[in-house]
Design a protein around this ligand. Structure first.
Ligand code: ZN
Length: 165
C-alpha cells in the first residue's frame, strides 16, 4: 500500500475512532501520558476465560496517538490475551524498525490497519504517539491480573520461566 493510503487509514481512525468510550463494567483502568507530545489515553479492559472480552478508551492528543489507540482496540477485543500480547509485540517491533520493517505476510494480516503506522517508525518523535494506546492496553491487562501468579491454580505444574520473585 502507498504512504497516502496509510495516511488515509490513520485519518479515518482519528475522525471515526473505534471503541472510544469507557465501559462501566471493567477489571482494570490505566491512564498513560506521552509528555513529549501531550497525548493522553485512558484504557479500561475486561478479561474473561483468558480473553479480552471488552476494551474501551478515552483520550486526547495528536492524530497518530488517537488513531493508533482506535486501531489497537479494534484488533484486540475478543482476542485471547496471549494473542493480543503477541500482536502488541509485533507492533512494537514494527515501530522500532525505523522504516525498515520486514514483516511476514502473516504479521501483516494480523496487524491489519496497524500496518499503516509503519511510516511513523521513521520519525522517532512520533513513535511514542503510536505506541501509547498499545502500552496502555498491555498495562491494563497486567493490572487486571493477567500474568500475575495464579491464586487459584493450586496443583498446576509451576513453570516460573525465570521470573524473579
Ligand atoms: Zn502524539
Amino acid at each position: 500500500m502507498s504512504e497516502s493510503m496509510y495516511q488515509q487509514i490513520i485519518l479515518d481512525h482519528y475522525k471515526h475512532p473505534q471503541h472510544r468510550g469507557l465501559p462501566e463494567d471493567f477489571d482494570a483502568e490505566v491512564h498513560h501520558v506521552n509528555p513529549t507530545c501531550g497525548d493522553e489515553v485512558t484504557v479500561r479492559v475486561k478479561l474473561a476465560d483468558g480473553a479480552i472480552v471488552d476494551l474501551g478508551w478515552d483520550g486526547e492528543g495528536c492524530s497518530i496517538s488517537q488513531a493508533s489507540t482506535s486501531v489497537m482496540s479494534g484488533l484486540v477485543i475478543g482476542k485471547p490475551v496471549d494473542d493480543a500480547m503477541a500482536l502488541q509485540d509485533t507492533f512494537l517491533t514494527l515501530m522500532q524498525s525505523r522504516g525498515n520493517a520486514e514483516l511476514s505476510e502473516a504479521d501483516e494480516d494480523e496487524l491489519d490497519d496497524a500496518v499503516a503506522f509503519e511510516g511513523v517508525s521513521k520519525y522517532p518523535a512520533r513513535i511514542k504517539c503510536a505506541l501509547l494506546g498499545w502500552m496502555a492496553m498491555k498495562s491494563a491487562v497486567a493490572e487486571a491480573g493477567w500474568g500475575a501468579s495464579a491464586h487459584n491454580g493450586a496443583g498446576k505444574i509451576a513453570d516460573s520461566a525465570g521470573e524473579p520473585g
